[in-house]
Design a protein around this ligand. Structure first.
Ligand code: UD1
Ligand code: UDP
Length: 359
């Protein structure tokens, strides 16, 4: 088969790495990068560290408002798909890259496989929720990481082509564990294992509200604990825009740093006393490595992490964040919620069984 995979944002490189590896054992992959993320620390570093093949095409779309960014992906994707005529297209997650890829391919009647299908926050103010719902309804193969995702799709009438495969992020996390020298990473940030918290913030709902971003900064700086915070470029821009970047460095023990590579991130996460984040990926990674998590949102798509007691939803309420960070607990039970680390093999097997016969 000839499979065209479309990626563009940091979490998609991490999700695509194991699928690309499994796919290339038996098939031809054409890898397309939309260029949604482009800083070295948001893009190239993952290709280098995770051994992802260099993209065959980079559309170089860059940043912009939602409609513009998505539209700038659509036209060149359509042209490329018409030239390449792949047997299927793979899209990942819930970004504007996912939406553009699913839309361009489905309009050309090229079957779409959506990896990480079925996730829902039930909050349509979230751009990712729109991207997920539309991409799921355009896809012919819906590859779900969790039973909850399968149920969400069923509730929307989507049952055909739905497969529970597990979470490809677990594949990557397990594959990469041990690749970085964790002691060296900790010492480079002057951190002691178990004696610091790891924070990240990037959701539009948090960064684009001065009240919410200020409350999160206030919470992090008032914990009285060392916090390492790799700052997403969107968040760096908004901290500067609101004039509150000084609050991060002037008070408390918060160390804001530029985004780190995947090996360093895993090292920081695995040795942290807890994680405070609004990242979807990091809520799961905290769970993978039994690190308690405080989620800086009112809801989560990864409901299992909350149900098992490993994740607490604190929103952007400073008092609630501080209270949750002071009560971090490691529940006795830690069931395998996200599969066995071989989700990518199941993704490829599902693609073969659904689309393999097409020429
Ligand atoms: C995007 C996804 C989000 C995902 C996140 C992962 C959408 C709608 N959002 O959000 O679902 O969780 O990626 O990180 O697709 N920027 C840079 N350099 C870069 C990339 C971005 O400086 O390499 C800055 C630009 O100012 C840009 C802003 O970050 O305007 C936002 O980037 P964008 O890709 O639009 O959205 P993210 O917030 O990264
Ligand atoms: N990540 C990273 N370096 C960082 C911050 C995050 O490698 O400085 C990784 C993290 O381990 C996870 C992924 O990026 O695998 C999550 O991406 P992000 O939070 O940007 O997006 P989301 O998962 O919320 O869509």
């Amino acid at each position: 088969m000839r499979v065209l995979s479309i990626v563009g944002a940091r979490p998609q490189f991490i999700k695509a790495a194991p699928v690309s590896r499994a796919l290339r054992d038996h098939h031809v992959e054409i890898l397309v990068h939309t260029g949604q993320h482009y800083d070295h620390a948001m893009s190239d570093v993952f290709f280098e560290e995770l051994g992802i093949p260099k993209p065959d095409v980079n559309l170089g779309v860059g940043s912009g408002p939602h409609g513009q960014q998505t539209a700038e992906m659509l036209a060149p994707l359509e042209k490329l798909l018409l030239e390449e005529r792949p047997d299927c297209v793979i899209v990942y997650g819930d970004t504007n890259t996912t939406l553009a890829g699913a839309l361009a391919a489905s309009k050309l009647d090229i079957p779409v496989a959506h990896v990480e299908a079925g996730l829902r926050s039930f909050d349509r103010r979230m751009p990712e929720e729109i991207n997920r719902v539309v991409s799921d309804h355009l896809s012919r193969l819906l590859l779900c990481p969790t039973p909850a995702a399968v149920n969400n799709l069923r509730a929307e009438g989507l049952v055909e082509g739905v497969e529970l495969v597990g979470d490809v992020m677990l594949d990557t996390a397990l594959y990469q564990t041990g690749m970085a020298d964790e002691a060296q990473v900790l010492s480079s940030f002057d951190l002691t294992a178990g004696e610091y918290l790891l924070a990240t913030v990037h959701r539009a709902g948090n960064t684009d509200s001065p009240e919410r971003l200020t409350a999160i900064v206030d919470a992090l700086t008032s914990l009285g604990r060392t916090v390492i915070w790799p700052v997403h470029p969107r968040t760096a821009k908004m901290l500067a825009h609101y004039g509150i970047e000084d609050r991060v460095v002037a008070r408390g023990d918060v160390r804001s740093v530029t985004p780190v590579g995947y090996g360093a991130l895993l090292a920081l996460l695995r040795n942290a006393a807890g994680v405070l984040t609004d990242s979807g990926g990091m809520q799961k990674e905290a769970y993978f490595f039994s690190v308690p998590c405080v989620t800086l949102r009112e809801e989560t798509e990864w409901v299992e992490t909350v149900e098992t007691g490993w994740n607490v939803l604190a929103g952007a309420d400073a008092a609630a964040i501080v209270a949750a960070a002071e009560r971090l607990a490691r529940p006795a039970k830690h069931p395998d919620l996200y599969g066995d680390g071989h989700a990518a093999d199941r993704v490829v097997a599902a693609i073969e069984s659904h689309f393999g016969k097409r020429s």
